[in-house]
Ligand binder design. Sequence first.
Ligand code: TXA
Ligand code: MG
Length: 349
Amino acid sequence: MKTEIIKFEGNENDKKYLDKIKKTFENGGLVVFPTETVYGLGGNGLDAKACKKIYEAKGRPSDNPLILHIAENSQLDELVEEVPEVAKKCMEKFWPGPLTMIFKRSKLIPDAVTGGLDTVAVREPSHELANKILKATHLPIAAPSANISGRPSPTKTQHVIHDLDGRVDIIVDGGKSVVGIESTVLDVTVDPPMVLRPGKVTLEDLQKISPDITIDQSTIDSTNKKVPKSPGQKYKHYAPKAEAICFGGNIDKMVLEIQKNIDKNIDKKVAVLASTETIDRYKNADLKIDLGSRQHLEEVARNLFDSLRRCDEENVDLIFAEGYEPIGLGLSIMNRLLKACSGRIVMRI
Ligand code: TXA
Ligand code: MG
């Protein structure tokens, strides 16, 4: 299939582009569009065939459910059985934005979206162009992250082109994603509600709405291990080609430990994912990537997936990544890093 790449220009052509995207969705086609978190691989969420195509394009197992994307709160009602009070409060505070909520699904939703579950994930992105596209189609758009399954989520058009050129009808070029990691997923079908995937909207943010909100411990449990964990099947995610190891604990000890590992692997091509505060302290690494300041974890989140892809482009053998304190956005960053590292973490307290 020939993939068309569309860039909105802020002129009269934009209407033409919107019409084309709308028609593509209506005809069961696939359109990659930017959101504030990561790029999404979209298809008509009410069309089982279109959803099947999404799984094929991504190479994703079809029992891993998709998120429906909507433009306005009013679209939610027909997609779900009920909207619990806590969800209403979260919508008010965080929609549109990087929060996905899991609801009891309505009869309208095909099994292809939910992988046969009786629940459905819905989110309302805040990205201006995403919102325009979703408004124009008036359909709930099923969209997983627009990467080949198992690869880091795409935060730039080049990432999408690399993974999906020839596999989708249209790719909308929307520049760099502002948040850089996928949305927070909150299950509001359970009491108390539970965070299944941490994101930009943090557990602490959510607990301000309802203090009893919890988090699925499996999203963070690797951070408790004091020895490197052996790779586990369930961590096959965000995986760069190189072997990656994350280091945590006291910053000075962490820097020393990483340097020791660089020195031990002088015969290999080594990359370090560091912070602005520490990057100059590393010597002899083949590639040093500054993810941003520890004082501004939004920068680190924004640059994380791009840095993993850069390591692939540069064909590095080993990636040593600095860890972050697992609170607030730091927890969401650690969740992604640990998956990229297949759970391998070295702590020096
Ligand atoms: O930021 C995002 O959420 C991006 C952009 C494109 O919106 N999308 C995204 O989709 O990350 P995806 O498919 O890569 O991740 C969706 C996550 C998966 O971990 C999936 O298992 C979970 O949400 N999920 C979806 N529906 C669910 C359900 N009914 N119950 C539990 N988990 C669900
Ligand atoms: Mg994904």
